[in-house]
Design a protein around this ligand. Structure first.
Ligand SMILES: C[S@@+](CC[C@H](N)C(=O)[O-])C[C@H]1O[C@@H](n2cnc3c(N)ncnc32)[C@H](O)[C@@H]1O
Ligand code: SF4
Length: 411
């Protein structure tokens, strides 16, 4: 018999769960608590989680529960192939404390400044493993607050490497606490048979913007820490994120191309796979950390200014950098209808970007990647719609009336 199931509940599909703010949540998209007021995640009963998941699953199917109505993650599946008893992935955000005060952060100043209630995460993982809740190739995705404030990150990665088969250790961090970054690098660089991922929001391209947006002078510290992480071989995947801000404060060419320079620098100095994530802030939907997880995070399309900035990132990353665009954001995501539309808008604007007239600053910054010969002359801007020549690294691209012809460059 086929049943309606969320891909998040089913270990034969995504099979993930979120522990955040003293609560076990059904998923990452909506605020559906399974168990609340948890004093200690390391003592949690797996049979209770499974029971609560089953109640929601049955409720979805007999239509007595409506929290998941309309969600993109629901699908129909043969009942015999559904596994609610395990997880492949744990999103673990066990506290809200942070060393930074980013102006866009959905956490409140009180949450960011709160006293840390949890200092170790290894007991949480050990407890789930002991109760046989995690699959062999389990992924831990650690955030916060700032997870580098934890005391046992190296031990947790070592435990996972010893006790699972090809697990993944992922840290979502602001990467500014150098001593903790170095401690983690020293452990991770020698761990084999474990996928090591890091994910960090950069969101600007100059120290001045970093100070305004992230509230600190740690721009070059962040780059230095990322460089150390990249060059040491401690990570298999490095994900660099740009959160486009609704107030327009990080959409200038200095910021966009400054960020692209960082991506270039990190990818040149690393054997890791580099992912670039373009996302947008929740803006006025930033009510509180739990509310804004609803899949209606924002039904508002990103503005034309945000689209324009995203198109430049997409264009340069796709054509000139040793990196891949990765749509793993919270708002620009293929998990929501509006998110999917925005992804398509960015891809098509990114592909069209080279044919658009350029400002002087775009011409200047783009010259690091390609030679936009026609476009810095004001008179040529209109002509460019009909005709342009672009010297790429290996090709010369001539566009005539929208038709692109690529020639291999000599030498
Ligand atoms: C809350 S932070 C916690 C982990 C870590 N401190 C960090 O900054 O990566 C996790 C992610 O949330 C994102 N974030 C914070 N506030 C946001 C907002 N208002 N809209 C969209 N994403 C937001 C950040 O970009 C960051 O990547
Ligand atoms: S570093 Fe992360 S948790 Fe801290 S204030 Fe910034 S976005 Fe929020």
């Amino acid at each position: 018999m086929t049943k309606k199931i969320c891909t998040w509940f089913d270990a034969n599909q995504v099979g993930a769960i979120r522990f955040e703010h003293n609560t076990v949540w059904a998923c990452c998209y909506r605020s559906i608590p399974l168990i609340s007021n948890i004093m200690d995640f390391s003592k949690i009963s797996v049979s209770e989680i499974i029971q609560k998941r089953n109640e929601l699953y049955e409720g979805i199917n007999n239509q007595t529960r409506h929290e998941c109505d309309g969600c993109q993650n629901l699908c129909m599946k043969n009942e015999a192939e559904i596994n609610l008893n395990k997880i492949n992935s744990l999103i673990l955000l066990p506290f809200t404390t942070c060393n930074l005060r980013c102006k866009y952060c959905y956490l409140s100043k009180e949450q960011l400044g709160s006293k840390m209630q949890v200092h170790k995460v290894l007991p949480i993982i050990e407890n789930l493993k002991k109760q046989n809740f995690v699959t062999d190739n389990f992924e831990l995705c650690l955030g916060g607050g700032e997870p580098l404030l934890l005391d046992d990150l190296p031990e947790t990665a070592q435990y996972m490497q010893k006790n699972f088969v090809n697990p993944t250790f992922k840290i979502m961090s602001n990467f500014t606490i150098s001593s903790k970054v170095n401690e983690l690098i020293n452990t991770l660089k020698d761990l084999k048979g474990i996928c090591r991922k890091t994910y960090t929001s950069i969101d600007c391209g100059t120290p001045e913007s970093y100070k305004k947006i992230r509230g600190s002078n740690l721009f070059y510290t962040l780059i230095d820490n990322l460089y150390n992480a990249a060059s040491s071989g401690a990570f298999d995947i490095i994900e660099l994120k740009y959160l486009l801000l609704e107030d327009g404060s990080n959409l200038s060419d200095e910021d966009i191309f400054g960020f692209l320079d960082i991506v270039k620098f990190i990818s040149k100095n690393s054997k890791a796979t580099i992912w670039v994530t373009i996302d947008a802030d929740y803006g006025e939907n930033r009510i509180d950390a739990d509310e804004n997880k609803k899949d209606s995070l924002t039904n508002k399309p990103i503005s034309d200014e945000m689209l324009n900035a995203a198109a430049k990132i997409y264009y340069v990353v796709t054509n000139y950098l040793n990196a891949t665009i990765w749509w793993s954001g919270g708002r620009i995501t293929d998990a929501t209808v509006q998110g999917k539309k925005d992804i398509n808008r960015i891809i098509s604007a990114g592909n069209e970007y080279i044919n658009k007239p350029k400002t002087n600053s775009e011409t200047f910054y783009l010259s690091r990647y390609c030679n936009v010969t026609q476009q810095n002359q004001p008179a040529a801007k209109n002509v460019n719609k009909l005709f342009s020549i672009v010297n790429e690294e290996r090709h010369k691209v001539i566009t005539i009336l929208g038709l692109k012809i690529k020639f291999r460059r000599q030498g």
